[in-house]
Write a protein that binds this ligand. Structure first.
Ligand code: HEM
Length: 476
């Protein structure tokens, strides 16, 4: 429990300050707002808030744990499977109502049980042909950009593609989102553009009326779309066109719906809408040659005919894990409770009552205490044996978090990423074009974090700066 909660950030009342608990410079009137401002001012205006927290940890808290008073922007919130209230508020515009991320323990248990079969390893293997099918569309997109020799905003295009991938695997819908402007995809992407993290402390931004209106409208459209999809499947179930007949083609939503209906006797109505060096690339391509055959164009059929082939890839998942270590997408948060303390590596205890415990992945996953050469991209560390100095420290890699509330989609994500790399890495060179982009869009503000131009900003999750402008080249 302690290790799960070791965190470079927390929230505190002045009482903890008077008790001499570890925290940056404290101001009785403004708490830590002024300290935060000094950190934020050294970053690009849109940099992910986690960078400031990570930097505070680096500057004075080697054990990675400290308190921070950001009232009134963070609610003083602790430990237990309970999610903090501010997280509920964060997810509300995306989910539009009760959801697996923020549900209270009792309700969450049965819903997680209902979702688990759809995300089990056994089921994911059966979804691989569909993953391949979608990844081929991504490959075609890269071909188009290579042929047109145009800059691609890789993050933006990948977001549209992600919507299609999720649509195909979870909803069993062929969304083709960018072309058809599916309301679900358009509203979700627009919602992430308007999204704010809790660390946004400017009230003019937070309460900007057009932003509040857009959030409300997007939630309404997403609810309507998903509600319709669920109704259609429910109707099919009721008229005995069972989703279950063909196990292999069953979607995640099919399995979830079936689990829900079974649990409720099949009768209950549905709830109301519910710059790494080229060496890495060379090794990656060599592994694909060895495991998938020398001809890159036959990789799709090799994987589709035997999805288990993906399990023979060793270097590829190491590359993915290392990328996620350096550029994590999300984080974890828990509500603190009286009587439950966080204990750091040296045995110091940190009471969590009246706090929100925020696990900042950017801080932990680059902490030199846990990672030799923390800022270097070294996939080989994932292939070492226990005892090797490079062997990853247990629980220090947490993109999907740990414990019962870990990410239900992580197996799916890893399979998707392996397939996408397998179908593209040998045929394309993708190079960032930030220099060209900055010439075309000059600006006065800082544009790097610790020398990294592709720093992350928050928009629902963490994204690469300026959506990662790139150029795509066909390999000879
Ligand atoms: C790179 C992609 C992803 C990352 C980095 C990620 C990360 C996370 C993290 C950090 C959590 C919170 C765990 C906690 O609070 O302890 C989470 C929860 C969750 N994720 Fe993901 N996720 C990803 C993709 C997905 C996908 C593709 C799906 C589903 C299709 C998904 C579904 C969920 C759900 C439902 C939860 C809540 C689980 C629960 O509370 O029972 N995630 N994810």
């Amino acid at each position: 429990m302690e290790s799960q909660l070791i965190s470079p950030s927390g929230i505190i009342s002045p009482v903890l300050w008077t008790l001499g608990r570890p925290m940056p410079k404290y101001n009785l009137l403004f708490g830590h707002l002024l300290t935060m401002k000094t950190y934020i001012d050294k970053l690009p205006p849109d940099a992910h808030p986690a960078y400031s927290f990570g930097q505070i940890a680096k500057d004075g808290f080697p054990n990675g744990v400290f308190y921070l008073d950001m009232w009134p922007f963070f609610m003083p919130l602790l430990v237990s499977p309970k999610k903090p209230k501010s997280l509920v508020r964060w997810f509300q515009p995306i989910a539009g109502g009760p959801n697996l991320f923020t549900m209270e323990e009792e309700l969450w248990k049965s819903w997680r049980g209902t979702f688990n079969p759809g995300f089990s390893q056994a089921h994911i293997i059966k979804l691989v042909p569909k993953i391949v099918n979608e990844a081929l569309a991504y490959r075609r997109l890269l071909f188009e950009y290579a042929e047109r020799a145009e800059i691609i905003l890789l993050d933006e295009e990948t977001l549209w593609f992600t919507m299609d991938m999720i649509g195909a695997l979870v909803l069993e819908s062929n969304l083709d989102s960018k072309k058809t402007k599916t309301p679900l995809a358009v509203s979700l992407l627009d919602r992430t553009r308007w999204h704010l993290g809790d660390a946004t402390i400017n009230p003019f931004v937070r309460y900007y009326p057009p932003r509040l209106f857009a959030q409300w409208r997007n939630s309404k459209r997403m609810n309507a779309y998903i509600g319709r999809e669920l109704d259609l499947r429910y109707e099919a179930y009721k008229t005995n066109l069972k989703l279950a007949d063909n196990w292999d083609s069953k979607s995640v939503i099919g399995l979830v719906l079936e689990g829900y209906l079974k649990e409720n006797g099949g009768t209950k109505e549905l709830p109301a809408t519910t710059t790494r060096p080229l060496k890495t690339l060379k090794k990656l391509r060599e592994e694909h040659d060895t495991v998938l055959g020398k001809d890159p164009t036959s990789a799709a059929s090799v994987i589709t005919s035997n999805p288990q082939t993906l399990n023979q890839l060793v270097y590829t998942p190491s590359v993915i894990k290392e990328a996620m270590r350096l550029f994590p997408h999300a984080s974890g948060a828990r509500q603190g409770v009286d009587g439950v303390d966080i204990t750091d590596d040296e045995g110091n205890r940190y009471p969590t009552g009246n706090t929100m415990v925020w696990i900042i992945h950017q801080g932990i996953q680059r902490n030199p205490k846990y990672w030799p050469k923390p800022d270097e991209f070294i996939p080989e560390r994932w292939m070492t044996d226990p005892g090797d100095p490079m062997y990853p420290t247990k629980w220090a890699w947490r993109p999907f978090e740990f414990g019962p509330r870990n990410c239900v989609g992580q197996g799916l994500v890893m399979s998707e990423l392996k397939v996408i790399l397998a179908l593209t890495a040998r045929e394309f060179d993708v190079k960032d074009s930030y220099e060209e982009f900055d010439r075309l869009h000059p600006r006065k503000s800082i544009v790097t974090v610790d020398g990294e131009r592709a720093y992350q900003f928050e928009s629902g999750g963490a994204h690469p700066a300026d959506h990662m402008p790139c150029r795509v080249f066909l390999r000879k």
